[in-house]
Write a protein that binds this ligand. Structure first.
Ligand SMILES: NC(=O)c1ccc[n+]([C@@H]2O[C@H](COP(=O)([O-])OP(=O)(O)OC[C@H]3O[C@@H](n4cnc5c(N)ncnc54)[C@H](OP(=O)(O)O)[C@@H]3O)[C@@H](O)[C@H]2O)c1
Length: 326
């Protein structure tokens, strides 16, 4: 089978198409013939070599989020999965391939009306958005700021907050065009990356969902209302400055909270239940799956170039030859 591996850490050109034997599902795993493969920011970090300390080495096949048809199961897995169309999360990689193994515990069946491309666009991002807002104890009527709203997680958080009757849904983004697209998804106020640019935006927010972190994270503490909660769900802008918590301590009397959130802390059955509900609603047309582009698996290099350039709004998806997604 065809797969895409990291031949050399660094630029997108370090990705190469290779031939591998079809993998065999181990205990508790299934084999999926992929139709759609999500390209994530974490794939970019692994490809650059930034996560080598976590065990990712050259030769690694990227890819966590896949959708396709189960073709075989390992021992201990219900054989009735064979032939079913599913969404799956491979965990440590192996997804940029025509066949990929994934833990059966992650499987979510695809409704007939949901495409594999939409599933890998909505799945992981939807989980982070749902449980990230819950971690922030978001309640209807509260104001929400989504920092870094143009990516998969931000787009889902904007839609979810708007559906959850947020009092306001502000976003940060880098262009008016992106702002217009985010308004169509439910944003009520569009700010620049510094959090400025809309005089009518609320002065403070009850909840900030932050995908960015980076050097400017502490300046957003000033945008929290008393008892406001900021939850960091990503760090696409790099780590925050050392000692950033001092800015929050300085505003002690506002009783603000800062927390991190990782979907890894959510039990698999809860993740699956939320994803299944999301897929059912999406198949009824109740969610916008924002797909930036669908490219052949062999075009992982241009897909990663687009990610590097910051050109991607929503999700970029790879599909092996013969996939109905192409
Ligand atoms: N918490 C979890 O469980 C979980 C799970 C999966 C992934 N993650 C993390 O979530 C992040 C990826 O999320 P994503 O795919 O939604 O994000 P993304 O698409 O990589 O980035 C979101 C947006 O942030 C803006 N941005 C990029 N660099 C920036 C910078 N230096 N300063 C300010 N804004 C910047 C860009 O929009 P504009 O150009 O419009 O500003 C970009 O579209 C990663 O950090 C990943 O590790 C977390």
């Amino acid at each position: 089978m065809k797969a895409v591996a990291i031949q050399a850490f660094g630029s997108p050109e370090g990705l190469v198409v290779i031939d591998l034997p079809d993998p065999t599902p181990a205990d508790g795993q299934v084999l999926v013939a992929t139709e759609a493969i999500g390209v994530g920011s974490v794939d970019v970090l692994i490809r650059r070599g930034a996560l080598a300390a976590y065990g990712f080495s050259e030769g690694h096949v990227l890819g966590g989020e896949i959708a396709g048809t189960v073709t075989a199961v390992g021992s201990g897995v219900d054989t009735s999965w064979v032939g079913r169309r599913v969404w799956a999360f491979t965990g440590m990689g192996g997804g940029y391939a025509e066949q990929a193994v994934a833990p059966a515990a992650t499987l979510v069946p695809l409704p007939a009306a949901l495409s594999a491309v939409d599933a890998v666009t909505l799945g992981s991002s939807g989980i982070v958005a749902h449980f990230g807002l819950r971690h922030a104890r978001f309640a209807p009527g509260e104001s929400v700021l989504v920092r870094g709203a143009a990516g998969g997680i931000g787009i889902m958080t904007v839609q979810l907050a708007a559906r959850g009757d947020a009092g306001a849904v502000a976003v940060t983004t880098s262009s008016p065009e992106r702002g217009d697209r985010l308004r169509k998804l439910g944003a009520t106020h569009v700010l620049d990356r510094a959090g400025e640019g809309d005089e009518d935006a609320p002065a403070g927010y009850d909840v900030i969902i932050d995908v960015v972190a980076g050097a400017h994270l502490p300046s957003f503490f000033a945008k929290l209302n008393p008892n406001g909660r900021m939850v960091a769900v990503g760090a696409v802008g790099g780590p925050p400055p050392a000692g950033f918590a001092m800015e929050m301590i300085a505003a002690f009397r506002k009783s603000m909270s800062f927390a991190t959130f990782s979907a890894d802390t959510v039990a698999q059955p809860d993740r699956r239940a939320v994803t299944a509900d999301l897929f059912a609603a999406a198949s009824r047309g109740e969610w916008d799956a924002v797909v930036h582009d669908v490219l052949p698996l062999e075009e992982a290099v241009p897909a990663h170039r687009e990610m590097e350039a910051g050109d991607v709004f929503g999700r970029i998806v790879l599909a092996p030859s013969g996939s109905p997604a192409l």
